[in-house]
Design a protein around this ligand. Structure first.
Ligand code: XMP
Length: 337
């Protein structure tokens, strides 16, 4: 580990004191918010802050806190890499720009990402391209804003613990590389995920954002397995939207830890409107876990599963067949790549 990182983990400010009370109620969250607003104002003064706002729980809560603390001194950059779920970028714009009045720069970089990913089938190579390009796009936008001294980050306590133990390379603390010259602003770094959600609700963020299921940084890219094509990516996005809608209607969105569809580069024979259709296979996955290290499958109701399968095969162009993944982790990981 580099000196800068070792120093980071050994700094007492990055170690949660045993006496710190778990934030479980609105009252405790309000107290935390008030304290953080003071701290953020003291740290930032009249400086400018930048934040990469993905729309995930952590970056959203940091953004909402920073808006309260320093208002327009914050600029949020939302990079749409083209691998977002249906409606996700729209929600980020609606909540942060329209409702909270944030300075928000929205970059639709879909073509850049998909052009670079064309023909690339190795999962780790895909991750590298997506992560690397994300930093490039962000840096390009950041360079256009003068005098930025601070970088907001949605680091939470498990990120610190897991990076320290070397468990998750892709969730490294700091997210962005070490050369970043701006001072980090990490108001959630001692909180666990459940506490971040309580704080997010207290800040008035919509339930859908605060209780969002985990979504990997490379987005739909790791679910459109193999080399990504625009058509298959679109089929994936639509099938995922149907699954989410049906899970929400059945109340499963509050019960199941993570659920999504995968559209691999696999075709099977089918019949549509009486004609042979050789089209993609869509896989549905729904899992429960505490820590994502191991997972069990959701024993989904057959009738609901059939309904979802019917809708996906009838509403999504290019898909004729649905499968349900019944594999636990291990042996399967939660994602397919
Ligand atoms: P696996 O597939 O390893 O996933 O069982 C465990 C959890 O981590 C998420 N995941 C990722 N998150 N970048 C992320 O930010 C990634 O590259 C990545 N890969 C997997 C996955 O969605 C699950 O919640």
């Amino acid at each position: 580990m580099s000196d800068a990182r070792t120093e980071y983990y050994e700094n007492s400010e990055n170690i949660r004191p045993e006496s710190m009370e778990r934030i479980t109620t609105k009252e405790l969250a309000d107290k935390f918010i008030d304290e953080q607003i003071e701290k953020l104002r003291a740290q930032i003064g009249d400086g400018k802050v930048l934040l990469a706002l993905s729309g995930g729980v952590d970056s959203s809560v940091v953004a909402a806190l920073l808006i309260k603390a320093v208002g327009k001194q914050l600029t949020c950059i939302h990079v749409n890499h083209g691998l977002m779920r249906k409606g996700e970028s729209r929600m980020v714009i609606d909540v942060f720009e329209k409702q909270l009045g944030a300075n928000l720069i929205y970059i639709d970089a879909t073509d850049r990402f998909l052009d670079l990913l064309a023909g690339v089938s190795d999962p780790e190579q895909k991750r590298k391209i997506i992560g690397g390009e994300f930093i490039k796009v962000f840096d390009e936008e950041a360079a256009k804003i003068e005098g930025v001294g601070f970088l907001g980050q949605g680091t939470i306590y498990p990120d610190i613990l897991e990076s320290k133990d070397g468990i998750k390379a892709h969730h490294n603390v700091g997210g962005l590389p070490e050369e970043v010259k701006m001072e980090l602003v990490e108001p959630l770094k001692l909180l666990f995920k459940d506490e971040v959600r309580v704080v997010g609700s207290a800040l008035g963020l919509p339930d859908e954002m605060v209780n969002r299921q985990p979504f990997p940084g490379p987005g739909l890219g790791v679910r459109c397995t193999g080399a990504i094509t625009r058509e298959r990516l679109e089929a994936l996005r639509e099938s995922d939207a149907i699954l989410r809608e049906e899970f929400k209607n059945a109340g499963l969105d509050k019960k199941v830890w993570q659920y999504f569809t995968v559209v691999p580069d696999l075709k099977a024979t089918g019949v549509k409107d009486g004609v042979r259709a050789f089209e993609w296979v869509c896989i549905i996955r729904a899992v429960n876990t505490k820590d994502a290290m191991s997972a069990t499958i959701e024993r989904i109701d057959w009738e609901l599963l059939e309904k979802i399968s019917y809708r996906i095969t009838h509403e999504v162009p290019g898909i004729t067949r649905c499968l349900y993944d019944v594999t636990t982790k291990p042996t399967a990981t939660i994602e397919f790549e």
